[in-house]
Design a protein around this ligand. Structure first.
Ligand code: TGC
Ligand code: FAD
Length: 394
């Protein structure tokens, strides 16, 4: 009787998930991976340590690669599938969560509201330049006293003739001080409305938030709007409720469900290589049962995270992905990535606390990822509400 010869599983793709991707998806993934390995990975530790990123270079590079607003149709955007966008987020976040944030904020949080809720003129004016990386955007929703509960925002806008006058402030805004335009959400007599605010408007300022111990390869800022005046045609006409900003969050959270797997994969692969080389008690630490258990837990988490992300990607491409399912992905993949990062840190011993390896940087970054785009607790409550029908937010 002939025996079936099984190949040994690939430690980097144990379940052969690669086979679930189309040729086009693999090509895109490899292009982004190649870019990250050449341009981001060798430099990002230094950027992170300095708390500075080469904003203009990144914007141009991502524009040239067609990654800004890549899953949007028309207006100079690449129009890829949602799954392809997710895979790009994964590869970027294998480099650094802050670099993935750069792309998510531009595409999902600044371009998407214009694409979804903007007038034809606004789309023509802004989107092609944003897709090329010539105009950078940011997304102003969170305020000092309105984080998980953005509906309690105080920033307000009132009509004054054919203009709007906006007053208030936003906090923790990615790319705030390097953006050319801010999509600002404000309370009005007509509900919550979105405004495209050029950052050189009189009364607008965006001081950068310093002393961050997480997401250091990303610019984070406060936005201050002091009697900022914009014409009526800078108002997004398509939405006048919290549905506006929350719809944008679905897009960005989807990217994070993939992205977190990238950070976890980088930690797992670093720990696996380290465990095979590091000798203690005369043997590689990978030969100890306790280390193998850690490596297996990490590998399983990465593979399961990938399957989950891909499933969400396929559902999104079919137009069937619900916000609660997005919460599932953000919730589970981020908490698991954080656990993988902490475990990898322990395998690296003292080396695990340096920036010579990516692990501590990923671990620190993932603390932000756990909190932004809806905290772990908020996504728990979104899913809790979905399965019980009961609202536990208040
Ligand atoms: P609620 O009263 O339930 O609904 C208000 C309106 O919004 C609609 N809606 C949604 N629409 C689309 N997608 C969703 N996920 C939606 N959730 C609700 C809803 O149908 C309703 O529409 P309408 O037309 O009837 O008015 O909303 P709520 O105010 O009670 O909020 C619920 C809650 C707590 C889930 C929401 O506030 C929430 O998600 N809080 C978390 C806040 C958050 O995630 N902030 C993120 C800020 S941006 C950021 O972190 C960027 S990080 C940078 C990066 O990504 O790299
Ligand atoms: P809080 O809402 O004060 O929450 C504190 C704790 O209380 C959390 O554990 C939370 O889960 C818990 N909690 C709150 N409510 C409940 C409840 N009902 N039940 C149980 N627990 C609850 N925002 C933007 O608008 N644009 C951006 O570009 C952006 N970028 C960011 C970049 C960084 C680096 C960071 C750190 C944040 C960014 N944010 C941005 C803000 C982010 O979305 C908020 O930090 C997040 O929504 C949580 O709000 P908060 O920090 O005010 O925490």
């Amino acid at each position: 009787m002939s025996q079936i010869a099984f190949e040994k599983p690939d430690p980097h793709d144990f379940l052969e998930i690669n086979m679930l991707l189309s040729d086009e998806e693999r090509l895109l993934r490899d292009t982004v991976r190649d870019y990250v390995e050449k341009e981001i990975t060798p430099n990002v530790g230094d950027w992170w340590e300095a708390g500075e990123i080469p904003v203009a270079d990144l914007a141009k590079a991502f524009g040239d690669l067609g990654m800004l607003g890549m899953h949007l149709e028309g207006y100079g955007c690449a129009g890829t599938s949602a799954t392809a966008y997710g895979l790009a987020c994964l590869e970027l976040e294998a480099g650094d969560s802050g670099i993935r944030s750069f792309v998510s904020v531009q595409g999902s949080l600044a371009m998407f509201p214009i694409w979804k809720f903007g007038s034809e003129e606004q789309k023509q004016t802004w989107l092609p330049r944003m897709a090329r990386g010539e105009v950078l955007g940011c997304f102003g929703l969170t305020e000092t006293d309105s984080g998980s509960d953005p509906a309690s925002m105080r920033t307000g806008a009132r009509r004054d003739g054919s203009d709007w006058v906006i007053n208030g402030s936003k906090m923790w805004i990615t790319n705030g001080s390097v953006a050319d335009i801010a999509v600002v959400w404000a309370r009005t007599d007509e509900g919550v409305r979105g405004f495209i605010v050029p950052t050189d408007s009189r009364g607008f300022s965006a001081p950068e938030i310093k002393k961050k111990a997480s997401l250091r390869a990303s610019v984070t800022s406060e936005l201050i709007l002091d009697d900022v005046r914009v014409p009526d045609d800078f108002l997004l006409p398509g939405v006048s409720s919290m549905r506006g900003p929350l719809s944008c969050l679905n897009e960005a959270r989807f990217g994070i469900a993939f992205g977190a797997v990238g950070a976890a994969r980088s930690c797992y692969e670093t720990a696996l290589a380290y465990a095979q080389e590091r000798i203690q008690f005369g043997q590689p630490i990978g030969s100890f049962q306790l280390t193998q258990q850690k490596l297996v837990e990490m590998m399983v988490a990465v593979q399961k995270g990938m399957l989950l992300a891909l499933h969400l990607g396929r559902r999104k491409d079919d137009g069937r992905l619900t916000p609660e399912q997005v919460s599932f992905g953000k919730f589970d993949n981020v908490r698991n990535a954080l656990e993988v990062a902490r475990t990898a840190r322990s395998i690296l011993g003292a080396n695990g606390i340096t920036l010579e390896y990516p692990v501590f940087r990923h671990m620190a970054n993932l603390e932000t990822v756990y909190t932004y785009e809806g905290t772990n607790e908020i996504h728990t409550l979104v899913m809790g509400q979905a399965i019980t029908g009961l609202d536990a937010f208040t």
